[in-house]
Design a protein around this ligand. Structure first.
Ligand code: AMP
Length: 418
């Protein structure tokens, strides 16, 4: 289905189509196919859309049409509010507004209101008026307390990565913001998972929402592997993996800020261009580090879950879970950083004996059958996994494992034709 069939108005379609082409978006992704028409009709939406599904454009396109079709106002009034859990995601959302809106005769003024940086420039930016504000909840409340903006005219509210918005302890802040919004508005809630609080929140804020869902499974183009390792040899195994040319750029997840700093330091000690990305760094430093990684100056970015939230790196080939994520939902978020919009990706999880039960829980939750492989030279000395290690005998990450296609081919070769 082409973008022209999503119900966009003929007044805005040519400009949006040009911008989509320039951005390299060939055809709408499944969530865009589902959400754009419903949002254009003005309905509320609750969408279960995993990261990397193209969910941002799914609400930005209708938002741009809504903006373009409204009569120009002087001064500008805030009509659209996007709430996000992290600064990085806020910047990316603003970027999608700019990218897809660039061909419109009049572009919306989008202001990012995020914490971790001085509030004054944001207050200045808002003084000139904004059409769209993309905000983290705490900073938005600060700005409201300073009378830097008003929510009275908001017509469209988007809660992006709503599960995270609530998980990170923003629940009360989000509720306070919701209470200050006009009841007459359109609300769209995007989330990778649907924990109970989201259901409760959805019930509170939305009117007969359309419930949309795209496959929450990991995208098929992401190859997933798990490797057994003794805890104290994880860094060594990671170093050996990094010698594989496929791992020219790797996002490595760790469990804590300290572990992130330590691991990045250890990698640098081995001559690998690595930096840590976590919540203890200044916003400026985070932006610079992310930029260096995007530009390929860093081979390895070592990140905590919160910092990595929303990171969108086109063509990132590999994600490594140096430590397993605490929640199975985070596993999908993490590996979804690779394999974006259909490109191939590899996700490798290092599993030590103590984490085996947790790994199996993650697998069960996502319907995966991934018994950790034993890498030659890294045979675990600790407890042997209860279930027999799978793997194909030829071993480690560098050995070529038969792909699904290979196995199908082999099966076909065994079956006499006709
Ligand atoms: P998102 O899930 O919104 O974070 O988007 C994931 C990635 O997919 C981003 O890099 C987008 O630029 C890209 N993307 C979104 N929609 C499309 C599309 N229709 N075609 C190709 N790429 C897309």
């Amino acid at each position: 289905m082409p973008f022209s069939r999503l119900g966009l108005s003929p007044y805005v379609l040519p400009a949006l189509a040009r911008a989509l082409r320039q951005a390299g978006y060939g055809a709408p992704t499944p969530i865009q196919q589902q959400a754009v028409p419903v949002l254009l009709q003005g309905r509320d939406v609750v969408a279960l859309a995993p990261t990397g599904s193209g969910k941002t454009a799914a609400y930005v396109l209708p938002a741009l049409q809504r903006f373009a079709m409204a009569t120009a106002r002087r001064p500008r009034e805030l009509r659209q509010l996007v709430l996000v859990p992290t600064r990085e995601l806020a910047l990316q959302v603003a970027d999608v507004f700019a990218t897809l809106g660039r061909e419109l005769p009049r572009q919306p003024r989008v202001v990012c209101a995020v914490g971790g940086v001085s509030i004054n420039p944001q207050m200045m930016a808002l003084r000139g008026g904004a059409d769209v504000v993309v905000a983290t909840p705490g900073r938005l409340l600060d700005l409201l307390a300073h009378n830097a903006l008003s929510l009275r005219q908001v017509q469209l509210l988007v809660l992006d990565e709503a599960d995270r918005l609530l998980e990170l302890g923003f629940g009360d802040e989000v509720r306070r913001i919701l209470a200050g919004l006009p009841a007459q508005r359109q609300t769209a809630l995007f989330s990778a998972t649907f924990p109970d609080q989201i259901e409760a929140l959805a019930a509170a804020g939305l009117r007969a929402p359309a419930r949309l869902q795209v496959d929450a499974q990991a995208p098929a183009q992401i190859e997933q592997r798990a490797l057994r390792v003794d805890g104290e040899r994880r860094v060594e195994l990671l170093l050996s993996l990094l010698r594989d040319p496929r791992l020219r750029q790797v996002l490595v997840f760790v469990a804590s800020i300290r572990e992130g700093d330590r691991l990045a330091g250890a990698l640098r000690g081995q001559g690998i261009a690595a930096q840590a990305l976590h919540g203890d760094l200044s916003q400026g430093r985070r932006v610079r580090t992310l930029q260096a990684f995007k530009e390929g100056q860093l081979q390895v970015l070592v990140a905590t879950d919160v910092a990595a939230r929303g990171i969108d790196i086109a063509g990132l080939p590999v994600v490594v879970n140096h430590a397993l994520p605490r929640s199975p939902a985070d596993y999908l978020h993490r590996i979804g950083r690779t394999g974006r919009a259909g490109s191939p990706g590899l996700a490798v999880s290092l599993v030590e004996a103590a984490a085996l039960a947790h790994w199996r829980l993650i697998c069960r939750r996502h319907g995966l059958r991934l018994e950790p492989e034993v890498v030659p030279g890294f045979e675990p000395t600790g407890a042997v996994p209860a279930a027999a290690p799978a793997g194909d005998g030829n071993g480690g990450i560098k050995g070529r494992r038969p792909s699904r296609k290979d196995r199908l081919r082999a099966a076909a070769a065994r079956t006499p034709a006709g």
